[in-house]
Write a protein that binds this ligand. Structure first.
Ligand code: SF4
Length: 510
């Protein structure tokens, strides 16, 4: 039998350190901290001077071969050894694109995503509006709004100060009967009516646009939190983009999201921007071609999963030194893939249910009952989905499929999948949103004792899953269950979407 390839040396730029009573190694190139244990540290010390065979490492450290193999695999996946994958990933440019010139920057629109506000006032209801700048607060507090908003309102009640996620105070518009304090009885904005649209807070002028800085310009998308999305889409002229409005908003300092460079895919794998942009174009074309909801989920999942698999498989030969075979560790007995998949569903169900219940209770304690209700609804839909319930109501709003296509398009156009914990986790989250939203639209109709899903049911479900899963608390919750989330909604998402049989989980996803 040929001897296995030796374990490559440690990268020269790494220094393990102790943080409290824990060990970690900081990767200065990828700017990540990898937690390690004592045995991993010993392996790293052995490999600091050059490659070593598996037998040499086992003799030097006297630890069980399976424990050594596991740690060498983690060092490989985390790119801490001198492997071809580490060399390829570390060679990627990390230069972020610079500031933009709003007048000349290249803007990219998706022509299928259109929006013209129909002034229904729904986005001014049940949401915090802010943060407000000093100038925006001065506009609100420096005017007598009583003739316009129906009753005298003390200036101090028009703006509220709350503690933001970082602990710093932020200012928001006040609330009156659950709506923005500046909303008038005819559901229009008093600032817009009296002082003109450009005097409104920038966040209101910008809604529901989102802008993402890419290496070549700015991609324009929508947050999909407009409760009149379908009507607003119909009201928008076909073939006319909003470039002048967008340029004016960018010139006024509208915030830019960033497409990360290089693009994070999964632990130990990044891509050059072009690889992600080409894949995104492929996925957008598949979304356009999907004719029903299962096909839509697979349009998102299929090409991305295939590309990630191809990318990781490309390093399989050069990483043979980390396999069980190379370490002569006996292979595990046949694994029951169905059982593993359903165990992951059950774990995810329990953790998400518990996390969502806690978030909902926190909202009740802070007097935010409407938001707590939304969390409970999301909790119900997530639990139902993970326990095998399928959205099979045939009486659906006839354009509902287009709404879900729009949600997927908007997410891709805003680069959502690569901005939230890497492409694998981001795609899993998008699939979760698509599936819970589709299921939830039926629930809204049922709880209203209607046999048909209305346009509003479908749009409300779309808004619910978009708004809730992007919140900080829910995003942290998803991050804490990343492994099971990826197993269920990325590596095995077709089990839920099209009822396929669970497949083996690839070794790099273990
Ligand atoms: S919910 Fe949509 S259509 Fe209604 S006011 Fe807001 S942006 Fe306009």
């Amino acid at each position: 039998m040929r001897s296995p390839p030796p374990v490559p040396p440690l990268r020269g730029d790494l220094r393990p350190k102790k943080i409290g009573n824990r060990l970690a190694v900081d990767d200065p190139k990828r700017r990540v901290r990898v937690p390690i244990d004592e045995l991993t540290l010993q392996i790293m010390e052995c490999l600091a001077d050059g490659p070593m065979s598996q037998d040499e490492l086992a003799a030097e450290l006297g630890a069980p071969r399976i424990e050594l193999q596991r740690r060498v695999r983690v060092l490989t996946q985390q790119l801490l050894l001198q492997t071809p994958r580490a060399a390829a990933v570390l060679a990627l440019s990390r230069e972020e694109p610079g500031p933009i010139d709003a007048e000349t920057v290249a803007l990219t629109f998706d022509p299928k995503l259109r929006h013209a506000c129909v002034a229904c006032g729904a986005c001014c209801h049940g949401s915090d509006i802010g943060p407000l700048s000093d100038a925006e607060v001065a506009v609100i507090e420096g005017h007598d709004w009583a003739p316009h908003i129906g009753r005298p309102v003390p200036a101090a009640a028009l703006v509220q100060t709350v503690t933001g996620p970082s602990g710093a105070p932020i200012r928001l518009t006040g609330h009156r009967d659950g709506s923005c304090s500046m909303l008038t009885a005819d559901k229009l904005c008093a600032i817009h009516k009296v002082l003109g649209p450009t005097k409104k807070p920038l966040v209101c002028q910008e809604f529901p646009f989102t802008f993402t800085r890419t290496p070549s310009g700015v991609d324009v998308s929508y947050s999909m939190e407009c409760r009149a999305w379908w009507k607003a889409k119909q009201a928008a002229p076909v073939g006319v983009d909003d470039a002048p409005t967008v340029r004016a908003l960018l010139a006024r300092g509208a915030p830019l999201l960033r497409m990360p460079v290089p693009v994070p895919v999964t632990s130990g794998l990044d891509w050059a921007p072009d690889a992600w942009l080409a894949l995104r174009a492929e996925v957008l074309a598949a979304i356009d071609a999907a004719t029903d909801h299962p096909a839509l989920v697979m349009a998102v999942l299929g090409p991305i999963r295939a590309a990630v698999t191809r990318s990781l498989e490309g390093y399989a030969t050069s990483e043979l030194f980390a396999t069980r075979d190379a370490w002569a560790v006996p292979m595990v007995d046949a694994v029951d893939h169905s059982a593993r998949f359903f165990e992951a569903c059950a774990r995810l169900d329990g953790l998400l249910d518990e996390g969502l219940a806690e978030i909902g209770q926190g909202m009740v304690r802070r007097g935010r009952d409407a938001e707590s209700d939304r969390v409970q609804r999301l909790r119900w839909a997530t639990r139902a989905l993970l326990r095998g319930r399928r959205a099979d109501d045939p009486l659906r709003f006839e354009h509902e499929h287009e709404l879900w296509q729009d949600m997927a398009r908007a997410a891709l156009q805003a680069h959502d999948p690569v901005r939230r914990g890497g492409l694998v986790q981001g795609t899993a989250t998008l699939v979760l949103r698509l599936m819970t939203g589709h299921l939830f639209a039926g629930v809204l109709a049922t709880t209203a004792l209607r046999g048909r899903i209305s346009e509003q049911d479908a749009t409300d479900a779309l808004v619910l899953v978009t708004k809730m899963w992007r919140g900080t608390a829910l995003e942290l919750l998803l991050g804490s269950v990343a492994k099971d989330l990826a197993h269920v909604f990325f590596w095995s998402g077709d089990v839920l979407a099209v009822g396929a049989a669970p497949r083996p989980l690839p070794s790099w996803a273990e």
